[in-house]
Design a protein. Structure first.
Length: 193
């Protein structure tokens, strides 16, 4: 590796291109099996960033992204739960959001991983989610290697069941998108992905 020094800044610069360290929107990767885990998808979004550790297990990547929720985001999730719980939608409590994910454990389909159920696990993708009265959702964490670079893609698929589910989804999407970008970016900054 050849390093150069910027003498004005007195910093060492690596001339190789660096992976994306801020999450950005992308398409659902074609190799993802997310679509197979819902009978119909009414909404799907994906966000990507470059991965630091291409050898991390899928559980380590999942925990690195979804197991460290910032306190302001936890407050929003609990507030949302308090508002929608009387309408028949399940919610979360603070203790649900603070439970750590055991990255040394072997998880099987149907096990709880964090606060969601593990739906599928493959060498390069882990899918978790939940079913509710108004909507079902799946979260995919996928590791993709291309041209020597590794990226992590976090995707969400949602199937609504009724008008309330559609209204709820439309209401939370801006918060969801911001939250997913934040979770991925913070995981990268902390070196967890």
């Amino acid at each position: 590796m050849c390093l150069s020094v910027d003498r004005q800044q007195m910093t060492v610069m690596d001339p190789r291109p660096h992976p994306v360290r801020h999450a950005r929107a992308c398409s659902l990767p074609i190799e993802s099996v997310l679509r197979a885990h819902l009978p119909r998808i009414d909404h799907v979004d994906s966000f990507e960033l470059g991965a630091c550790d291409p050898d991390a297990s899928m559980v380590e990547i999942y925990a690195g992204v979804l197991g460290h929720i910032p306190s302001w985001f936890r407050h929003l999730l609990v507030l949302r739960s308090l508002i929608v719980r009387p309408l028949g939608t399940s919610g979360v409590r603070y203790r649900d959001l603070e439970a750590s994910i055991d990255t040394t454990r072997r998880y099987a389909t149907g096990d709880k991983i964090g606060r969601w159920t593990l739906m599928a696990q493959q060498p390069h993708e882990l899918i978790a989610g939940a079913n509710d009265k108004h909507l079902d959702f799946r979260v995919s964490v996928l590791r993709e290697q291309q041209d020597g670079d590794t990226r992590v893609v976090l995707s969400t698929g949602v199937m609504t069941h009724n008008a309330f589910g559609r209204a709820y989804l439309a209401t939370i999407l801006p918060f969801h998108r911001y939250g997913v970008r934040t979770l991925l970016t913070e995981a990268a900054r902390a070196g967890r992905v």
